[in-house]
Design a binder for this molecule. Structure first.
Ligand code: GLU
Length: 280
């Protein structure tokens, strides 16, 4: 059984890249098993009008999904429970570092060039070891990745992708995780969660069996697999798909004002034509 989801953040209008992601998720789902999830944990950037537009755009493309739609802003207790569980295992610590502190710590002259992970520079560990009892409202919560891997007794992380090298497990050595990804943020300052934690908790809560998303999130999957194991949640299968690029070969992104689906719609382009252009 394939149950998939499309999980946009309502921070701007959907563009062709989102249409491709949504159509991919819907095509790979069994009948009635394509879900929509609104990823609105960053309330400072999300807008209700964009959420309404998401539903209009997706219906226009011919997609439908069961109600009610899961909305991450309503799920904070579930994220808190997951965080508490990781804290009970002694695998988290509060972190007061700001971006500039991290940059400064990483620019010490004797260090090699800092590794860049899926969330930016690999955290140098300044706050590692601070007790959770110290956590204040200005702190983020990080995973102590070395302890987590040790707790799991893992010397490598593995998952299956049905699109990239299907049938062959993708593997990452534990040491490479520590060197290249490290102590990721589980709860951002003032937010109570992070993309990584909420996506893992919600994919399990929704019973997603096949996670479809862009290749830009491939390296986040190593983090998600570790969190699934720590929280004793099933690891779904993955399908990381290609990214839609503009004429200059640049990935479409909301922040670059990629052309909204609504603009195509308003000027009379048919959904059929958009689907065809994207190969559906
Ligand atoms: N919300 C994420 C995004 O807008 C997608 C999350 C996922 O598919 O795991 O890119």
């Amino acid at each position: 059984m394939n149950r998939t989801r499309f999980a946009p953040s309502p921070t701007g209008p959907l563009h062709l890249g989102h249409a491709f992601a949504a159509l991919t998720a819907a095509r790979l789902a069994d009948p009635g098993q394509f879900l929509l999830r609104i990823e609105d944990i960053d309330q400072s950037r999300c807008r209700p009008e964009y959420e309404a537009l998401i539903a209009q755009d997706l219906h226009w493309l011919g997609l439908d999904w069961p109600q009610p739609v899961m909305r991450q802003s309503e799920r904070l207790p579930a994220y808190q429970a997951a965080l508490d569980r990781l804290a009970m295992l002694g695998l988290t610590y509060p972190c007061r570092c700001r971006r500039a502190d991290i940059r400064a710590a990483l620019s010490a002259p004797q260090e090699d060039a800092p590794a860049i992970g899926p969330d930016g520079p690999v955290y140098p560990g300044t706050c590692r070891g601070r007790p959770m009892a110290d956590a204040g409202p200005d702190d983020a919560i990080r995973l102590d990745a070395a302890r987590a891997l040790h707790h799991l007794g893992l010397d490598e992380i593995a998952f299956l992708d049905e699109n990239i090298a299907p049938g062959l497990p993708h593997r990452l050595a534990a040491q490479d995780f520590l060197d290249g990804i490290g102590d990721v943020v589980l709860a951002r300052r003032g937010m109570g969660t992070s993309y990584h934690l909420s996506v893992v908790v919600d994919d399990a809560a929704q019973g997603i069996t096949l996670v479809t998303r862009g290749k830009d999130l491939f390296d986040s999957t190593w983090i998600h697999v570790i969190l699934q194991k720590l929280l004793e949640l099933p690891t779904p299968r993955y399908h990381h798909h290609r990214l839609i690029r503009d004429a200059q070969g640049k990935r479409l992104a909301k922040r670059d004002d990629a052309r909204a689906l609504k603009l195509f719609r308003d000027e009379g382009t048919s959904a059929e034509a958009i689907r065809r252009q994207l190969g559906f």
